[in-house]
Each structure stands twice: as C-alpha cells, then as structure tokens.
Ligand binder design. Structure first.
Ligand code: PRX
Length: 634
C-alpha cells in the first residue's frame, strides 16, 4: 500500500509479501467501487462464490427499512454451502475441524465425516418431530458436537439458539423460555482448568424451571455420573447409533431470508435480546469477510479461539470457515492449562497459520511473560486478529512482536452479535495503527457523529453510526420487532442510520478508534453483560432489596463489575454476605457475571422518575466529576 502517503501516529505498514498474496491488495480501489454500487458489489460476490438452489430477484430490498432484505426470492441453505457442495470436490477429504480437548484428546473430522455426523443428527432431530422454524436450544462446552448440533439444525431449517456454556441456571432458563424451544442439546460436562463444569446439572435445574422443553439430548464428554430423567433425556451416542440416524439426509430448501439462528445478547433492559440471522445474507457476509480480512487460503489452519456460544464462534468457527472449505481448529479448555504456554504449544503442534482472539486473552498471557511463547516454534503464523473490546496499544505491540514476530499483521475487527460479520476492520494490505480497528469493510459507510448526526471533528469522541445496510445484518429481534426498531434505528430515524451503541473517534486518516459502550452494557473480559441482568440476579437473593451495578476499568479484563446493594431489613452487610452475593450471581448468570466488589449502601442515586443513575455511581467510583445531576431525586 501507499507507503508514500504520510499517515499520522504509530503506523505499521504491510510487507510486500503480505500485499502480494492478499485477496484485497488495494483497499481504496475495492472500497470505492463497492460504495458506488453496493448491491452490484454484493450481488457479484454472491453469484460467484456460493451455490443457490434458485437465484434472487433483488439483491437488496430497502422498501421496508429498517427491515432490510437481501437476495430476495433466492433459495439456499447455508449447510448446502458449508458441507453438501464440498462432498463433490477434493475438499471432501480435507480436515474441516481439528479438535484438541483440554485433557489432550485429539479428533480430526474431514468434510465427509463432518457431513455424516451432521446428517445423522439432522435425521435424529427430524425423527423427534423438529421441523423448519422450530427452535432448538444448545448448551454445551467447546466440542465438535456443538458445531454438529448447530449444523444439523440449520440443515433441517430449525433455528438454533446456542447458550454459552459459561452461563448458568437462570440465564439458560430465561433463554429457553423466550425461545420456547422444545428440545435442548447439552453435554454431561466440559473440561476447564482440569475441573469439570457440570453442564447437565445446570441444564436440569434450568429445565425444571421451564415448561417448554420436552426432550433433552446429552453428549457424553466428561463421563461423571449425571442425572438423566426417564422419557425426557436421551444420550446422544445412543440416538446416533439408532437406524434412524442416517448418514444421508436431505438439506431443507430455505428462502434466503429464512431464519438461520437466534442468539441472545445483552442490552439495556433486563431481558436479553434474541438477535435473528438468516441463511442467505449471513452466509455471504461472514464467508466474504473471513476470506478478505484473514486472507484465507486452502492450506491455512485457522484458529478462532472464541467460544462457539458467542457470535464470534457462530460466524468464524462454524459457518464461515466451512463455507470457504477451510480447516478450523478448536480447543476446548483454558489457555493457561496446565501451563501458560498451552496455546503456543497448540500453534506449534498443529501449524496454526492464523490466530484470532480477544484482547483479554492476550493481556492474560502477556502477564506470564514472553519466555512462554519463546519456547515454541510459532513460525507457521502469518496473520493475527483480535475482537471483542478495544485493544490497548501495549497488548497489540506485545502480540505483534512476541507472537507474530513482527511478520504478522494484526487485524483488529470491530463488530457485534447484531452485525453478524466484521464491520470495521483492516485487510492485511492496509497500514495498521495499534488500537484502531482502522476502516470499514468495503461498501460500508460508518461515521462518528454528535446527537444531531453531524460529523464530529477529527479525534473528538462521538456516536458511532453505520449508514449503509450489509448482508449479515440482524433482521430483527425474535418476537419483538418494535424493540429492534427502537433499539437500533430510532436515534437517527430521519437519516436511517444504525446505532451500534458504541462511542468512537475518527482520526485525520479516517481511521476509527472504538472507545466503548454508551449504554448499560458492560464488557467484562470481552463478554457482554447487561447491568440489569446482574441487578436482577442480585435482587433475587433474599437479602437484597435494591441493587445497581457499574463497570469499572480493569487492566486485565477491560472492565470489572462493581455492585451497590441496599439490604432488606434484618440483614447486615458483611464480607461473608458480599461473597454469598457474588456466588449467587455466579450461580444465576455464570462466573463471568460475578461482581468483583459488592458495596452495601443505604441509598442509590435516582432520577425523579425512579431510574437509577449509574452514571453518577460510576463517576463517584472513579473519583470523577458527577456532571449534570439536575434530574437527580431531591
Ligand atoms: O463495544 C463493542 C465491542 O463489543 C461489542 C459487541 O459485543 P458482542 O455483541 O458480544 O460481540 C463481540 C464479538 C463480535 C461492540 O459493541 N467490540 C467488539 N469488537 C471490538 C469492540 N470494541 C473495540 N474494538 C473491537 N475490535
């Protein structure tokens, strides 16, 4: 790229080798063509790289915005593109998925083997009466059966609703209730730091609270004794050995706009939102962004170290790599188990070529020093990536220097559960600035604006907005279209812009620097949590009358949760009670949601209408000016 153009700040230019092999050697050229003709750009990509049962009539239908439609009239199934079509080519014998469990067990599934497993499980689900449009909740650890279950649902046109295995009873229950799933796929347990996370036990508690689940299918992973309820519960391996589990199963022909899955994410109110993605646009968006941003080649071993339970894993462990016919690596456990070099060992052992992870993980491993990565041959790596929260330049440089050995560009990808695919991200041929997600993916127009929608001057903070639709965009909030409109499209209704809920800055070179959330969402170690979810878990404890939580900056986790609790009469604040409340939140939502500190208070700052002013609590906690408190209750 143009080394001649003088850019501002700490800039890392790509090497000629990186540019030479990049799918997008000249970002400016591709981007300006895409911006000039967005529908033409995506239409060409969709026609040339994917198989459709029937073509579309219209690439992009904006007539009922913000309910945008992509590839209208086309018939497709993402699984046809992820598995079926590869059975006709040499890709059939290639590793689709390489898995290493935390205890060290290894499994390799070729495209053919994965297809057989998916067909078998799809047949099992069909035999249980699961049909197009039904919801299936999946609650598992990071094992291949999680991907098999997702793909089997998609194959028969059922929507999967994956609940992250780090979530606990109430979080799972709430998501089952909202989706009204009749089937739950789970496993006995998951390995984490040498311990068993008792997933089936948690699933049983959640199902006890839910009326909709009729069938539970349980994968045996950790092997300990678990309670299986007669009639309701079945072992996965028993079902997969039945004659009905056929290795051949038809793939349901779907409309491009038919739902593929729902995935719950935290928002500003207590109830998590079911973000809905579709077969056609999501397929085109995720596969294209992965190919261009991480320059995927047939020989790559791609490792997205996220959990399939989050959007990162849905898009970039399961769907996009398979659609591209790539090899995706999956590791079950903790990065530091049994030692802080487990990841580096994996990179060397499997010859990982591209590693994609979260800043929190990088900071966590950085703590142990470079002597750990230095013990391993990391020369197979050619690209690195990060996602989930802003990366501090210090962590970026450590990653670039000690993991990428100053050879591997770092792709800082900004996106969301809602966006489905990368939105603001470099491509490898682009100059990089540590801490900046750089520029929008070709075709996309984003800006940083003030309340009225005017662009703010360079380097000033404002609201991030997205001005154009994109194929992998969410289509709605399942069961709540009004909330979809209010949440994302009402702030800049006149302009028709999407509001992601982040603040950002844009520098003189047009590079975007994400600052953080502007709403009541807290990012803890890259995990997205709603203040209201944690607060309702706290008040479900008998000692707590009222609670408010805020995010406080933390060097390692990005943010940690601080809780303020007003106790019911007859309860006394103590260290013991604080611990009990933290554990209670862990039990209800999951360990990631545990407050780091609990403070007992007698009042909470509220507006006259009774809304808790978390902004005031946060300013006080950080020793900052509390700002305008004119709406504060007298
Ligand atoms: O605040 C942004 C942050 O994560 C939010 C989206 O969270 P979630 O839906 O859980 O998806 C995370 C994985 C795609 C965003 O609103 N975020 C995500 N990526 C970045 C980021 N913040 C800064 N830099 C990023 N690269």
């Amino acid at each position: 790229m143009s080394e001649k153009k003088q850019m501002v700040g700490d800039v890392y230019y790509p090497t000629p080798e990186v540019v030479a092999q990049a799918h997008v050697p000249d970002y400016e050229k591709v981007n300006s063509a895409a911006v000039a003709d967005l529908a033409g750009f995506w239409g060409r990509i969709a026609a040339e790289n994917f198989e459709w049962y029937e073509p579309w009539e219209t690439v992009l239908d904006e007539s009922n915005a913000p309910f945008y439609k992509w590839f209208v009239g086309a018939k497709v199934n993402i699984v046809h593109n992820a598995l079926d079509r590869h059975q006709r080519t040499a890709v059939r014998n290639k590793a689709a998925m390489i898995f290493e469990g935390e205890p060290g067990d290894v499994r390799v599934l070729t495209y053919q083997q994965l297809n057989h497993q998916v067909c078998k499980f799809a047949s099992v689900l069909r035999s249980m009466g699961v049909r197009k449009g039904d919801r299936v909740t999946i609650y598992m650890g990071r094992i291949p059966e999680l991907a098999i279950a997702m793909l089997a649902c998609a194959k028969i046109g059922a929507m999967h609703s994956v609940v992250y295995g780090g979530f606990s009873t109430e979080a799972l229950h709430e998501r089952i209730e909202d989706s009204q799933s009749r089937v739950l796929v789970t496993c006995d347990g998951a390995w984490l730091r040498g311990q068993i996370v008792e997933l089936k036990k948690i699933a049983n508690e959640a199902v006890d609270r839910s009326a909709s689940i009729e069938t539970v299918i349980c994968v045996k992973r950790t092997g300990q004794e678990v309670e299986m309820v007669a009639e309701r519960d079945h072992w996965y391996h028993d079902l997969m050995n039945l004659p009905i589990a056929s290795p051949k199963a038809a793939t349901e022909v779907m409309d491009a706009e038919d739902p593929l899955f729902i995935l719950y994410t935290s928002g500003t109110t207590g109830k998590p939102k079911a973000i809905l993605h579709t077969h056609g646009g999501y397929m085109v968006g995720t596969a294209t962004t992965l190919k261009w941003v991480f320059d995927i080649k047939p020989e790559d071993i791609w490792w997205c170290a996220a959990d399939p339970g989050w959007i990162t894993g849905h898009s970039y462990i399961v769907y996009a790599p398979l659609v591209l016919g790539a090899t995706s690596f999956m590791y079950e456990g903790a990065p530091t188990y049994p030692n802080p070099d487990r990841w580096w060992q994996l990179v060397a052992r499997y010859g990982i070529t591209i590693l994609y992870t979260a800043p929190t993980a990088i900071r966590g491993l950085m703590r142990f020093g470079e002597s750990w990565p230095e013990q391993h041959d990391l020369s197979s790596l050619r690209l690195l990536g990060t996602v989930g929260e802003p990366i501090n330049p210090e962590a970026w440089r450590w990653y670039y220097r000690y993991i990428g050995k100053e050879r591997c560009p770092v792709m800082d990808t900004w996106w969301q559960t809602e966006t489905g695919s990368f939105m603001i991200t470099p491509v490898p041929s682009m100059p990089l600035k540590p801490g900046s997600a750089t520029r929008p993916f070709p075709g996309l127009q984003v800006d940083v604006v003030d309340e009225e929608g005017n662009p703010v001057p360079p380097n000033e903070e404002g609201y991030l907005v997205v001005k154009t639709p994109w194929p992998a965009m969410l289509r709605t909030i399942y069961g709540d279209p009004d909330r979809y409109v209010n949440q994302y499209w009402s702030r800049y209704e006149e302009q028709g812009w999407y509001l992601p809920g982040d603040s950002a800055k844009k520098d003189e070179d047009g590079y975007i620097w994400i600052i953080g959330r502007i709403d009541d969402v807290i990012k803890v170690s890259g995990y997205r949590l709603g203040t209201a979810e944690v607060e309702s878990a706290l008040v479900s404890h008998p000692a707590v009358a009222e609670a408010a939580v805020i995010g406080v900056p933390d060097e390692l986790k990005g943010n940690i949760i601080k809780a303020f609790c007003i106790l019911r009469q007859g309860y006394q604040g103590s260290e013991k009670l604080a611990k009990e409340l933290k554990d209670h939140v862990g039990h209800e939502i999951g360990p990631i949601a545990k407050p780091a500190t609990v403070e007992f208070v007698s009042t909470l700052p509220k507006t006259r209408s009774g809304k808790i002013m978390r902004r005031v609590l946060k300013a006080q906690a950080l020793g900052q000016d509390v700002g305008d408190v004119s709406t504060l209750e007298a």
